[in-house]
Ligand binder design. Structure first.
Ligand code: ADP
Length: 502
């Protein structure tokens, strides 16, 4: 144990005692504390050394009883725990921790699926259930429901992604909005259920999200107030028909008219999905390697990226969306979308394919890692209101900063109805410390510049949580701290998550 990392504020004797007690609960093989066993938990794609956010150990319980016992030991010995579901929050910190030395509570072994209700289209999952596992489960029932998943779909979990308020690209793309009922464990051992889950023999836990009194689900997302041990989620009935379309525009300035046109189609329900709007940079990175198309220094010039996209029959902006419903509805939505998007200057490719938008699990999103190589990627995700002028202002500001830092400008936008999440991968080679430092400085500047321009972030990685939290004002920080002190007075759960500490 001589050279092992300690959790913050924990003595070597208490840490030894913690590990021993945990071994007695979960079995020695499920308590990892050697440098070699812990290293994968601290391996990140975000622009920090692995060591900066390295946990000291990982404990892997397989049931709620085991989780409760581990949390009791941690509370007694004041050892902080960082819960993860599948721990693959790649580009946002994976399974690393905000405060170095925090112990990962790896819930991957808790992977039961229960309470499937084919009439209501609902199901309950534990943290370790992956989208792939859930899809296979639904297949075995013989019912036809679709799932909505994020980019790395097959290998990540509905709970992890929903707690981060992640998004996908079907009509159920807002994952938190399609969750229904959490079971939560607090650091004092209390287990409770949100919504109508507290009613004895509840019939409606997965049917009605709001329950009675304050609706609490939201305070357990992007937070460290409790450990979510179960979650209900709604399943989308497979549509009778669907049609995937790519609309593309030739010029960066087209962002104004395209945003205004798409907003209208989203607000009146013609387009039911967020889809994805990609600039030339992100489309290029999804299919090519940088070295094949650009041998200069710094960021690839946008004109070059656009010229490459034109060769592929695409444009400066490329919006991939799917229409869903009965065949007659899909046809009439298509006619309407076509007329309005063409009027806004789009060229349309009517029969495209996007696996993620039609319930097909794929690992294609990982292709971005091939652009430069070396495993570095971090997501900077500012929110813009869905007005053309605001989108242009935000994206031009972002590009002026990425250009200056020599970072390739890429953006994949999720179009809500009123907000656009402009998710920008900053890609770099982790083997190149100068590049990593540049990406980190670029990210810090992006966050500050966005805030100065009135834009907030949708989500961030463990390396930048304090910075992002600090931009939301003192009252906001205080209220989170007061809730934290009430629900987790010793600060056992995920210190530093979203910048919240006791
Ligand atoms: P995924 O692998 O599904 O993308 P993760 O398991 O990496 O997601 O979780 C992302 C983040 O969400 C974690 O770092 C943690 O902050 C939070 N989180 C995940 N699972 C839980 C949980 N069961 N309870 C509380 N917080 C969680």
């Amino acid at each position: 144990m001589a050279d092992i990392l300690l959790p913050p504020g924990t003595s070597p004797a208490d840490f030894r005692s913690f590990l021993k007690s945990c071994e007695a609960v979960v079995g020695a093989e499920w308590v990892k504390f050697s440098v070699q066993d812990v290293a994968p938990y601290g391996h990140v794609a975000m622009p920090f050394d692995d060591d900066d956010h390295m946990p000291s150990a990982a404990v892997c319980p397989s049931s709620i009883e085991e989780v409760k016992a581990v949390v009791a030991i941690a509370s007694r010995l004041r050892v902080p725990l960082w819960p993860t579901s599948t721990g693959r929050n790649i580009g946002y910190g994976s399974s690393s921790v905000a405060d170095r030395g925090t112990v990962v509570l790896d819930l991957r072994r808790m992977n039961r699926i229960s309470d499937f209700d084919p009439e209501l289209g609902t199901v309950v999952v534990e943290p370790g259930v992956t989208y792939h596992q859930l899809q296979e489960f639904i297949r075995t029932t013989g019912h036809d429901f679709w799932l909505d998943f994020p980019g790395p779909g097959p290998i990540v979990s509905p709970i992890g992604n929903t707690l981060e308020r992640g998004h996908g690209v079907t009509p159920y793309g807002d994952h938190f909005a399609h969750s229904c009922g959490f079971e939560v464990l607090l650091s004092d051992g209390t287990v409770f259920r949100t919504g109508l889950g507290g009613v004895a023999d509840t019939t409606s836990w997965q049917a009605f999200r709001y329950g009675y009194g304050p609706t609490l689900d939201g305070i357990f997302t992007q937070s460290n107030f409790g450990i979510v041990t179960k979650m209900g989620l709604w399943l989308m009935p497979a549509p009778k028909a669907h049609k995937t379309v790519i609309a593309h525009w030739p010029d960066p300035s087209d962002i104004v008219r395209l945003t205004d046109a798409v907003r209208g189609l989203r607000l009146d329900g013609t387009i039911q999905t967020e889809g994805v709007l990609g600039n030339a940079g992100i489309f290029l990175a999804a299919t090519r390697r940088k070295a094949e198309v650009y041998d200069g220094q710094g960021a690839i010039p946008q004109e070059l990226a656009i010229a490459e996209l034109k060769k592929m029959g695409l444009g400066a902006w490329n919006y991939v969306f799917t229409l869903y419903g009965r065949p007659d509805r899909v046809e009439s939505d298509w006619q309407e979308a076509k007329a309005r998007l063409e009027a806004a200057g789009a060229t349309l490719i009517p029969d495209a394919k996007d696996e993620q938008q039609i319930n097909e699990l794929t690992l294609k999103s990982f292709a971005l890692f091939n652009w430069i190589g070396g495993g570095g990627l971090t997501w900077c995700a500012p929110v813009a209101p869905m007005r053309g002028a605001d989108m242009q202002r935000q994206l031009e500001l972002a590009q002026s900063i990425t250009d200056r830092h020599g970072v390739d400008f890429m953006v994949g936008t999720a179009f809500g109805e009123r907000a656009a999440l402009n998710v920008m991968p900053l890609i770099y080679d982790r083997g190149d410390t100068e590049q990593m430092a540049r990406v980190r400085a670029c990210y810090v500047e992006l966050v500050d510049a966005m805030a100065a321009a009135g834009f907030g972030m949708y989500r961030t990685s463990v390396g930048f949580m304090d910075q992002v939290a600090s931009l939301h004002g003192k009252a906001n920080l205080d209220i989170n701290r007061r809730i934290k002190r009430a629900l987790d007075p010793s600060g056992i759960i995920a210190p530093g998550k979203s910048g919240i500490r006791i």
